[in-house]
Design a binder for this molecule. Sequence first.
Ligand SMILES: CC(C)=CCC/C(C)=C/CC/C(C)=C/CC/C(C)=C/CC/C(C)=C/CC/C(C)=C/CC/C(C)=C/COP(=O)(O)OP(=O)(O)O
Ligand SMILES: O=P(O)(O)OC[C@@H](O)CO
Ligand SMILES: [Mg+2]
Length: 237
Amino acid sequence: MLRERMKRWRHVFKLDPNRSLSDLALEKILTSGTDAVIIGGTDGITYRNTRELIDRVLDYAVDCVQEVTNQEAVIPGLDGYLLPVVLNTRDIQWMIGAQHQAAKKFGDWIPWEDTAALGYVVLNARSRVGRLTDSQADLTTRDVAAYAQLAEHLYGLPALYLEYSGTFGDPKMVEAVRESVSDIQLIYGGGISRGDEAKEMARWADTTVVGNLVYRNVDAALGTVSAIKEEIEEQVR
Ligand SMILES: CC(C)=CCC/C(C)=C/CC/C(C)=C/CC/C(C)=C/CC/C(C)=C/CC/C(C)=C/CC/C(C)=C/COP(=O)(O)OP(=O)(O)O
Ligand SMILES: O=P(O)(O)OC[C@@H](O)CO
Ligand SMILES: [Mg+2]
């Protein structure tokens, strides 16, 4: 079941079908020791570019799931599907509308056991996802903690995603959210460009996601895997 597998992810790379990556860079990423690869992005996601990237990733043993942001680009037969639900959007389309349209079309074929919702709180209003979803991102730690508690206790979501896409977030925010919830899987993503930054967020987050760095500096991206392993060792000591 996807929810059980996801809980074990500490480090994840997010790969964007709309960006190109050499075979060598992809091989380095997929053999890095990361726990999983999420395939997804905000813009320019098509069936064709998603299929092409997934076919290259499936040659490796790493856990590979699709984060669905375009219902026309779903690739059947994968190990898992993540469906974003944006909690702080001002536009209902990104909270329930797009998901409803897709469920109307695919509902009887969706492998629900291997499908999980990600409750997003988008904290960088200027990011692509912030602009697309018109998210209200000027939030206090109490605001975000309140979303986290609703996600966990009222909506029963498996995971809460603190999304700073493109900018390094506030570790104090991640700490405050960590302290406000108990079982929900806390995912951090955004602006990680060095191992120490990954380590800092992994202190509070269950799962830390590295995205754009893969395309900017693949060797620095690999360094985030070992940094998170160090953090895990320190936590068990
Ligand atoms: C056999 C068969 C047919 C199987 C199908 C199974 C299946 C799972 C079907 C899907 C059903 C379904 C309900 C789909 C949902 C469709 C949908 C369109 C939902 C809306 C998703 C949503 C809220 C999108 C908004 C944007 C968002 C939250 C994106 C998340 C990812 C993200 C933030 C990526 C980062 O973006 P990026 O562009 O890389 O950012 P940079 O600028 O930093 O690069
Ligand atoms: O691309 P970056 O800024 O690393 O963000 C990763 C991920 O949270 C994007 O959804
Ligand atoms: Mg990206």
